[in-house]
Write a protein that binds this ligand. Structure first.
Ligand code: GDP
Ligand code: MG
Length: 181
């Protein structure tokens, strides 16, 4: 068995989109209505991906908006990002674009593992963002895209699995670069 790898990932997005709900659904397999929106916390969970155990540290940020696209420390020592919007809020998707630009600026030309997530699919009657809109953005950025629900547990595990795969791909590329240079 190869040694456990530790990886840090950050949940980013506008307030109330369900960042905390998604992390807690993933880590504790539960959904509660209402978490303190100001609390920032780091959660830990081990997952096994094709025989490789990853200990994930998930940083649940308090959220971003156009005035606080984010303190720089979220961009440090993070192996991948989960960008969350709510399918019930166009504004939350607009904020994602600002966060994405900021991540790209900080990382320069380096490819960063990111997954785009549209949460709250159980609220179909309140939908304000079409699936095509989310997909289009993710295709433009060349990153995985999923619509999910923290409430019904639709595709939540898949979000983290996709991010780990992207992190693995990133590391393979890095290793290759080391070999040729
Ligand atoms: P955060 O501010 O992004 O961390 O969002 P929270 O996780 O605190 O969730 C904000 C609100 O949206 C809370 O009332 C949650 O119960 C609710 N919420 C989160 N995810 C879902 C979801 O998938 N479906 C529904 N219906 N409500 C959700
Ligand atoms: Mg929260």
């Amino acid at each position: 068995m190869p040694p456990t790898r530790q990886r840090r990932i950050a949940m980013m997005g506008y307030r109330s989109v369900g960042k905390t709900s998604l992390v807690l659904r993933f880590v504790t397999c539960k959904f509660d209505e209402g978490y303190d929106p100001t609390i920032e916390n780091t959660y830990t969970k081990s997952v096994n991906v094709a025989g490789q155990v990853y200990q994930l540290q998930v940083i649940d940020t308090a959220g971003q908006d156009e005035y606080s696209v984010t303190p720089n420390d979220y961009y440090m020592n993070v192996d991948g990002y989960i960008l969350v919007y709510s399918i019930t809020s166009q504004r939350s998707l607009d904020i994602i674009k600002l966060i994405y630009d900021k991540i790209s600026d900080m990382k320069g030309k380096i490819w960063v593992p990111i997954v785009l997530v549209g949460n709250k699919t159980d609220l179909e009657e309140d939908r304000a963002v079409t699936m095509e809109d989310g997909k289009k953005l993710a295709d433009e950025w060349n990153i995985p895209f999923l619509e999910v629900s923290a409430k019904t547990d639709e595709s939540v595990e898949e979000v983290f699995a996709q991010l780990i795969k992207a992190i693995q791909r990133r590391e393979t590329v890095k290793d290759k670069n080391c070999l040729v240079s």
